[in-house]
Write a protein that binds this ligand. Structure first.
Ligand SMILES: [Zn+2]
Length: 300
């Protein structure tokens, strides 16, 4: 069962409260050989696929998607066909993550429709805003997003079976060029040091935190890295680049996903839209891109 831990700074609870699995262990991953891959077609991002092939069960699995870019009721209906099919997946995901640009305009109507369609998956759903979810530059531009998804869905932390999932808002307005907001830096500096030493962490953001991402690198990530580099981060997941891309830094993997929009294009020219199926283990993650076909009943 997913346990919300630190929805806001002022309401912090012990980081292992309510854990359904073992608390984090001191883990060394330095001996893992990590490779950077340019990703195309159907692709396995698992750097340790041999271990998975021998039957090691993941602690949990989730669907990671981004850049849904809902622009119309027709787009929302197409998304609903995809998420409805997720109900029938076997194994089932434990939850769904949608990391920003849920809509192209941030309208109340489309954000509400997107929220409703995401929940057709029949699992908990965790979201972040993207720059396209702003109606205007500035914090007031997020009023619709907050009206639909609540006040605890831009910087927050949840725990699943001894793994901390850190959701970071790195949007800074309606523009594509992101800079880490001061509020996010303060939240990270306050919250992340309280995650128990060695606990595995998965970081989710709309824009990719890796400085070498081919498009739209964030202006200055160092205030976040100052904190995150001291922790046991297994992987970083993001969208915004609209392309499957993978990097490595400081022993952690960075996985950027293609968009899952019926209308928007990928920025690397790939026609394939879809999501990442993520298996989380105590020392690593395995992510596999699954293509979706909008307009048909499909789930991957
Ligand atoms: Zn986008």
């Amino acid at each position: 069962m997913m346990q919300a831990l630190l929805p806001r700074v002022s309401r912090r609870r012990p980081a292992d409260a309510g854990a359904t699995g073992a608390p984090g262990r001191a883990i060394s991953r330095r001996n893992l050989l990590l490779s950077s891959l340019a990703c195309g077609a159907t692709l396995c991002l698992d750097s340790c696929g041999g271990i998975a092939a021998r039957g090691e069960a993941p602690l949990f699995s989730f669907i990671f998607c981004a850049d849904l870019h809902i622009t119309s009721p027709q787009d929302a209906a197409a998304l609903g066909r995809v998420t409805s099919a997720w109900r029938d997946l076997s194994p089932k995901p434990d939850f769904v993550v949608a990391a920003g640009d849920l809509t192209s305009s941030g309208s109340l109507e489309l954000l509400g429709a997107c929220n409703a369609k995401l929940h057709l998956a029949g699992t908990p759903c965790y979201v972040l805003p993207g720059n396209h979810d702003y109606t205007v530059d500035g914090q007031t531009g997020l009023a619709n997003f907050r009206a639909v998804f609540g006040m605890s869905r831009w910087n927050y932390l949840i725990q699943q079976k001894g793994v901390a999932l850190v959701f970071l808002d790195v949007t800074s307005g309606a523009g594509a060029r992101a800079a880490v907001p001061e509020e996010t830096i303060r939240w990270a500096q306050h919250t992340l040091p309280r995650i128990p030493a060695g606990m595995p962490i998965i970081v989710i953001s709309h824009s990719c935190l890796h400085p070498d991402v081919p498009r739209f690198p964030i202006a200055d990530v160092s205030p976040l890295f100052d904190v995150l580099d001291t922790k046991n981060v297994l992987a970083y997941f993001s969208g915004h680049y609209h392309a499957n891309w993978q990097g490595e830094r400081n022993g952690a993997r960075y996985i950027s996903t293609a968009c899952m929009s019926p209308t928007e294009e990928n920025h690397d020219g790939s026609p394939r839209k879809g999501y990442q199926w993520v298996d989380a283990y105590a020392t690593r993650v395995a992510a596999q891109f699954r293509e979706v076909q909008f307009g048909q009943s499909t789930g991957g």
